[in-house]
Design a protein around this ligand. Structure first.
Ligand SMILES: Nc1nc2c(ncn2[C@@H]2O[C@H](COP(=O)(O)OP(=O)(O)OP(=O)(O)O)[C@@H](O)[C@H]2O)c(=O)[nH]1
Length: 325
């Protein structure tokens, strides 16, 4: 048996997989109808929408199989995501990659496999729509095209979900997306005993940019700020726009010192942009920084409320400072 190689863009791929927020979610009809359709159209006993995670493949939709995940080492789909087109295995027993794979020698006794990669707009392959049979078979050109078409539909469903969790203007997570991703990250931090810090940002005098330079320029400032912020963070951090000119970032496994360093770099980057662009206004922000404490913050919303309060205090302080000068 050959264990699947790791794709060249693995870190980006896993980041995208997490961002789409599909892993470990309940079954959904919009994916199940595709696997039901695939099973009927190709007359195979098993059809899956499989997502290839760090150490496992997890089935978003699963027809004809009792399990919801297998290890990545034995996963056929982990091989299929290495290419841009269908991976076809007409007979597993005569394929050196799979003949002694436990899913071939044992349950469910795979003999035929056809998996079409599910590729999202950033180019990452998150998993496959795949067909499995317990007897060898082949696929003609028409059938291959049909499988590609079904995979396209699955990709569209993945994208549709993303629109519900992503802010269309800045392309960072929206409130819903942020809360879901940040809660997952907090759960992981708590389990692993890692620190986490929430940063809550609100731009200062943002209304003035809209009023003086127009709404499009205001949009531009929001996009710039989101870009600077997400560019400074690590892939494991979570960034979002809650609405208007409010942004949030959850830094995971970051000490106080590291959080302070990130804030320093953010200040420098924003000041640098203001100086370089000279757009007639400066992007300025207030920020609340709160360290996650499990007993005080039973949910991501509690941590958000605390950091919002801290941001408000910071904003009042900076307004008073401005007035006093
Ligand atoms: N261009 C643009 N403006 C938006 C968008 N969403 C909200 N706004 C505007 O953002 C402004 C936010 O208002 P405030 O937060 O009160 O404005 P502010 O001037 O930053 O006030 P302070 O936070 O007290 O400094 C409002 O004028 C909204 O109309 C958007 O997507 N694009």
């Amino acid at each position: 048996m050959k264990t699947p190689e790791i794709p060249a863009d693995e870190a980006k791929r896993i980041h995208a997989l997490r961002a789409y927020n599909l892993l470990d979610t309940p079954p959904e009809e919009r994916f199940d109808r595709l696997t039901r359709l695939a099973r009927r159209l190709f007359d195979v006993p098993i059809a899956l929408v499989s997502l290839v995670d760090v150490n496992r493949q997890w089935f978003k939709s699963c027809q004809g199989l009792a399990v919801t995940e297998t290890s990545r080492d034995v996963s056929f789909c982990a091989h299929a995501i290495l290419d841009n087109d269908i991976m076809l295995v007409p007979n597993t027993l005569s394929d050196e990659r799979f003949f002694d794979n436990p899913l071939v020698t044992g349950d469910p006794g795979i003999r035929f496999y056809a998996g079409c990669p599910l590729i999202v707009p950033n180019g990452s392959s998150l998993g496959t729509l795949c067909l499995i049979d317990i007897k060898p078979r082949n696929m003609g050109d028409d059938e291959r095209q049909l499988l590609r078409d079904l995979a396209k539909m699955a990709e569209q469903e993945i994208g549709a979900l993303q629109m519900a969790t992503m802010d269309e203007l800045t392309l960072v997570a929206n409130r819903r997306g942020f809360e879901a991703q940040a809660q997952q990250a907090l759960n992981a931090c708590q389990k692993l005993g890692m620190p986490a810090t929430m940063l809550f940002f609100d731009l200062n005098d943002f209304k003035g940019i809209n009023d003086r330079f127009g709404h499009a320029e205001g949009d531009r400032a929001l996009i710039v700020f989101a870009g600077i912020l997400s560019g400074l963070l690590r892939e494991t951090d979570v960034v979002g726009r809650l609405g208007g000119d409010e942004f949030v970032a959850l830094l995971t496994n970051a000490s106080h010192l590291e959080a302070a360093e990130i804030m320093q770099r953010l200040h420098e980057a924003v000041v640098g942009w203001n100086l370089h662009e000279q757009r007639g206004y400066d992007i300025k922000f207030s920020v609340g920084q709160i360290e996650y404490a499990g007993e005080k913050h039973p949910s991501v919303q509690a941590l958000l409320a605390d950091s919002d309060q801290a941001m408000y205090s910071h904003k009042q302080l900076s307004k008073n400072v401005v007035i006093n000068h």
